[in-house]
Each structure stands twice: as C-alpha cells, then as structure tokens.
Design a protein around this ligand. Sequence first.
Ligand SMILES: Cc1cc2nc3c(=O)[nH]c(=O)nc-3n(C[C@H](O)[C@H](O)[C@H](O)COP(=O)(O)OP(=O)(O)OC[C@H]3O[C@@H](n4cnc5c(N)ncnc54)[C@H](O)[C@@H]3O)c2cc1C
Length: 436
Amino acid sequence: MNVSGWGRYPRGATRLITARRPADLDGLLTDGPLIARGAGRAYGDAAIGPCATLAMGGLDRMMAFDPASGVLTVEAGVMLGDVVAAFLPRGYFPPVVPGTRFVTIGGMVASHIHGKNHHAVGGFGRHVTGLTLLGPDGVASVCSPAENPELFRATIGGMGLTGVILDVSFKMLPVETGFIRQETIVARNLDAALAAFEQARGWTYVVAWIDALATGASLGRSLIYLGEHARRDEVGDARSAPPRPARAIPVDFPNFTLNRLTVSAFNAAYFQAGLWKQGEQIVPVHPYFFPLDGIGDWNRVYGARGFVQHQCVIPKAHGRQALGEILELVSARGSPSFVSVLKLLGPDNAGLMGFPMEGYTLALDFPASHQTLDLLTEIDRRLIGYGGRLYLTKDARQSRETLVAGYPNLPAFRALRKNTGADSRFVSLLSERLAL
Ligand SMILES: Cc1cc2nc3c(=O)[nH]c(=O)nc-3n(C[C@H](O)[C@H](O)[C@H](O)COP(=O)(O)OP(=O)(O)OC[C@H]3O[C@@H](n4cnc5c(N)ncnc54)[C@H](O)[C@@H]3O)c2cc1C
C-alpha cells in the first residue's frame, strides 16, 4: 500500500505489517528488511519501509507504574495522549512532550523528541530509564544507561534503525494540577525575541510563534509563551477541561489557498491578537502543549501536494546572524510558512544521532513545490556554514552533504549498524536516501 508521513510528502509503496502482540514479531525479521512505524507523525520518509513497514500501534498496553520512583513502563505503541489521560488525574505528566499528543512512546524515543522545556531538562531520551529492543538477530535485549549503553544511546534518536523498540520505561513528572501558568510576551522583532528568550531562562517551558513573513524592522516579530505547571493555590476557580474533540478538515484545501497574501493576513491578525493576551493566564495543559490537535487532519490545509517542514538547530553563537538570514530569505521569496516556531535548546548528548544541541531551533512549514525545495537547499547551504543541523524526524529532502556536515557522530552510528547487522534488517526511505 501507499504510505506517507504527516507532511504527505513523499509517499512510498510498502508492505504494511501490523503487530498486535509481541509474539507477532517472532520470525518477522527473516522475511526481509523493515522499519517500525508508530503513529506516522514524522513528517517525511522516516517511518516508511521500501520493503515492509511494521505498524506498532497495536502494542499499546501500559505495563507497570512505580509511584515511589515515578517510573512508568509501557509498550512502544502506547499513545502519548493516553498516558496524559491516564496519569494527569493521578498527578503525573510526561517529562517531555512534543507539539502533538498523537504520537507513540516508541516514536518519541526513536526521534529523541524535545519539548518546550529542552533548555531545562533535555530531550525525552534523557528520562528513559530502560527499553527492550528487538535486534537484527530477532533477539530482544534490555538497554539502559547501564546495560548495553552504546546500543541504548544509538537507539535514542536512532530513527528505528537499530531495532524495534518493544517497551519503554521512563520517569514521569509529579504535578499538582492539569493547568499551566502561562505568560505571553510580545517581541516586535528578532532581537527582542532573542532577548526575551534569554530573560526567560528561569521558566520551565518557553516557545515562540514567529511571523516568518514579517520584513524590515518587524523581521522576526514573535509571540513568546512561557509556562510553568500551576500549583493548586494558583488555579483558583479554573475548571479542569478535557481536550476538545478535534474538528476535522474534511477536504484537501486547493493549492492556491495558502499563499503570501493569505498567510501574511493570518500572521498579522494572530500577532495583533497576541497583543491582547500579554501577561499571565491560567490555561489547561492541552491547548498549551498541543495547540494544533484541536484541528483534526490539519495537514490537509496544504492541499493534496503535501508539505515539508524544515526544522534546523543553529549553535547559539551564530543564532542571531543565521536566523536573520533564514527569515530574510523566506520573506524575500514570499514562501508562505503557516506554522513557524522558535525554541531554545540546551546541551544534549543523550542520543548518538540526537537532533538537539545548544542553540536555537526554528521550524518552518512550506507547501511541497519546486520553489520550496530550491529555497530549502539555499537555507541548508547557509546552515552548514553556521554549524547547524536538520531534524531527521521532520526531514523529507535534505542531502547527504547536509547530514554529514551536521551530525559528527554519523560514522559511529553507521559502524554500529554495520557491526550489529542492523543495516540490512532495518531500512527506511530515510535511511536509503541519506545512506544512514
Ligand atoms: C503537529 C506536530 C508537532 C510536533 N512537535 C514536535 C516537537 O515539539 N518536538 C519534537 O521533537 N518533535 C515534534 N514532532 C515530531 C514527532 O514528535 C515525532 O516525529 C515522533 O517521533 C512521532 O511519533 P510517531 O509515533 O508518530 O512515530 P512515527 O512517525 O511513526 O516514526 C518516527 C520514527 O520513529 C521510529 N519508530 C516508531 N516507533 C518505533 C518503535 N517501536 N521502534 C523503533 N523505532 C520506532 C520510526 O521508524 C521513525 O523513524 C511533531 C510532529 C507533529 C505532527
């Protein structure tokens, strides 16, 4: 069948195998190479096997919880949203979450995802105390910082290319309420935004929505959302609210819907609305962490051609210069980036191929087109010059040169894959494209 990631670009023909019990995996690896797939929220080609794709969503049991340590053990196909639904009422929240709750825990480990708190606590893999990995020989082994540490580190952010993650144990965060104390800051340009990031270092959660089409004195204008888990005494009479059921986008938008004019108008209105929201508010966790989950299938706004996300990280020292150049390129070409997000990342060496490094990460979404691909190649050229790298779980088009320049541990990762035999058993369109 034809399968794609969240960006719906590219699509690949693959044999889809569904695992419902660990026993379904017995003998599977002798049938030829495959790649594990969680909820398919990676944007590009990471979870598509050129031969076979192993859907893990059926392995979705929560196995154990230890209230003394806060460690939760789940099968890899458990959805993040289900963990939040089961544990928030009990006073626990996952230590790190991405911008959507519709991802599996296995996918979060394989991507070593980062949240709005990366500068404070690192990526998800840093909170994993152990996992079980089905290796290329069909044998399951326990990996942790103490047991098989090299394999553990290669699996964190390893994009499913070291084996199939069967279960994961990770430490949950105790919280008093299901609310966030949010402060909204308006930054009128990029310098103001970066200054606000510096001042916000004491906050646990920091993220900025950035107007990627603003130009001149307004280049980089942003709304910055700071957050802390609210204490019981701060919540007052705020009512606990379950996530709103998603309203789905019923059809693909026509290709002309998202253009410079419509996105500029939306951005201007959103920025103005932000002026009214300045200051502190108490907000439920779901709209704070997962703002787009309220719109089901929002990837359809980019039309049937699909879209690509370009998420880079730039070392702090070059941050201002590189971000300014990237935003100038985007606004000069008039490329309509609808969802544009800026975050601060802290140092991180939890995963051999992990994306995060200390610096600024900018994520931009563009409709898939020749113009977009040309623009992104130009951005990558600058990015390499500044020592930056691209996020594999968002990638659909970077070149091997960009990868080599951005990931210094690539030779060690390739050697581990070769030595364990994983290179011939675990193969995705991503690993073929980039010779991972
Ligand atoms: C709206 C949106 C917002 C996002 N926000 C963020 C964010 O803030 N921060 C961030 O870091 N990421 C973010 N992401 C990316 C997302 O968190 C990752 O792509 C995540 O890995 C998706 O999980 P999944 O279960 O859908 O995995 P898939 O997309 O199915 O797979 C992703 C990778 O994990 C591997 N994999 C999946 N399951 C297993 C398994 N059991 N064993 C081995 N390998 C496996 C796959 O082979 C693939 O390489 C966002 C994505 C979306 C759509």
